[in-house]
Design a protein around this ligand. Structure first.
Ligand SMILES: *Cc1c(COP(=O)(O)O)cnc(C)c1O
Length: 378
């Protein structure tokens, strides 16, 4: 176990590295012969890129995907031996920086490819990079029609990409026809580059079918315990949990209002607890409980209770009228934990668990638990 950080306020975020490792290993098993990478963009989905990078490397992961080259530089310090791909592609005029930190851009346009090939030529070394084809996502990536031109450029230069990849738009919806269509287009691309390893699947693609595994899979959310496929039970172990303290408890009467805008009017005499959490901590204002529509839910002593009124910047009221037993200021409220999953908050805020996970890292200290032997934590 790591040395526990403490604050005067108490509360905080806990990252279970044991669960993280179990999740990665379970995905690695499902992916069979395909290599299992780990996507650690967005500070490892809000869980800490350096510690998570070291932990997954220790568990056997060798291939990592970051979004930005700066994330790559950070990760490189933590895992000197890893292969690191940069999903944003090649930021213009920075090729030498990628090479200096041994980062592989996932090249996504003709101008990026040309710049990288020129860089390799000047350097006299085929510096590794991957290629991203856009099979319908319409985000970054070569267009389908550019495949022949890319092939010609590669043949002329003799450059062998490390990998060819694409990204699925709808793999979280298991019956969506888009996934099969993208897979078909991807195979069309791969036919032109028969000797190059291929990668298509995110977490959902990995879990959906081995048809999408190819040579490498790229899970992100499932490694962190989030739900990858809609409408199915989530088989992954939770990695992230969070508790915050109660600041004050008050009895309020039926008809009184709660919080900014007097947006919630009490329908009964109620016991309110004011917890030290607000939108400045990443607890979205969309989780306000203003009657009618669904608001956020938290747990107190194992009882799930609603948010009442608007979430403000640093404080939020919850209704503890129905919580049995004594509740006092300083007691901790479960924001994410055994009773409240990341994806429950995502649903209540009308977004997805990914956004909750990457945002809920506010001002509370992060503690790592179940730290594998020999892993240094930040
Ligand atoms: C974020 C991302 C992934 C990981 O997706 P998850 O749904 O979190 O598993 C894989 N590939 C690319 C290109 C991505 O941008």
């Amino acid at each position: 176990m790591s040395e526990q950080q403490t604050t005067i306020l108490g509360g905080g975020i806990e990252i279970d590295l044991g669960a993280l490792v179990r999740n990665w290993q379970a995905l690695d098993k499902v992916s069979g012969k395909a290599l299992t990478a780990a996507v650690v963009k967005g500070d490892a989905y809000g869980t800490g890129i350096k510690t998570v990078g070291r932990t997954l490397y220790h568990a056997g992961a060798r291939f990592f995907f970051v979004a930005t080259p700066d994330e790559g530089v950070l990760l490189r310090k933590a895992v000197p031996g890893a292969f690191i791909f940069v999903l944003d592609g090649l930021v213009p005029r920075t090729a030498a920086d990628y090479a200096a930190h041994n980062l592989m851009p996932v090249l996504a346009s003709m101008s990026q490819l040309t710049e990288w090939l020129d860089f390799c030529l000047n350097r006299g070394e085929a510096t590794p990079a991957a290629l991203h084809f856009d099979t319908g996502f319409n985000r970054v990536g070569f267009r389908m029609q550019e495949a022949d031109l890319v092939k010609r450029e590669l043949d002329q230069s003799g450059f062998q990409p490390q990998m060819i990849m694409s990204h699925l738009a709808c793999a979280d919806q298991p019956t969506h026809e888009m996934t099969r269509k993208q897979n078909g287009l991807f195979q069309g691309i791969l036919n032109r580059f028969p000797d190059t390893p291929a990668s298509l699947a995110n977490s959902a693609g990995l879990m959906a079918s081995k048809d999408y595994h190819y040579h490498m899979v790229r899970p992100g959310i499932a490694v962190y315990g989030g739900k990858a496929i809609n409408g199915r039970p989530n088989p992954m172990a939770p990695v992230f949990s969070m508790q915050v303290p109660i600041l004050q408890i008050k009895e309020a009467r039926i008809g009184e209002t709660v919080g900014y805008g007097a947006a919630y009017r009490l329908r009964r005499d109620s016991r309110l607890a004011i917890m030290a959490l607000g939108y400045a901590d990443g607890y979205f204002r969309a989780l306000s409980g203003i009657g009618g529509q669904q608001g956020g839910r938290v747990a107190v002593n194992g009882t799930v209770v609603p948010v009442l009124g608007r979430v403000s910047m640093d404080m939020t009221a919850i209704d503890i009228t129905d919580v049995p037993g004594l509740v006092q200021p300083g007691d901790l409220v479960e924001i994410v934990g055994p009773n409240i999953a990341i994806d429950d908050i995502g649903d209540a805020a009308r977004t997805i668990g990914y956004e909750i996970l990457t945002t809920l890292n506010g001002r509370f200290p992060r503690r790592y638990v179940n730290v594998p032997e020999g892993i240094e934590v930040d």
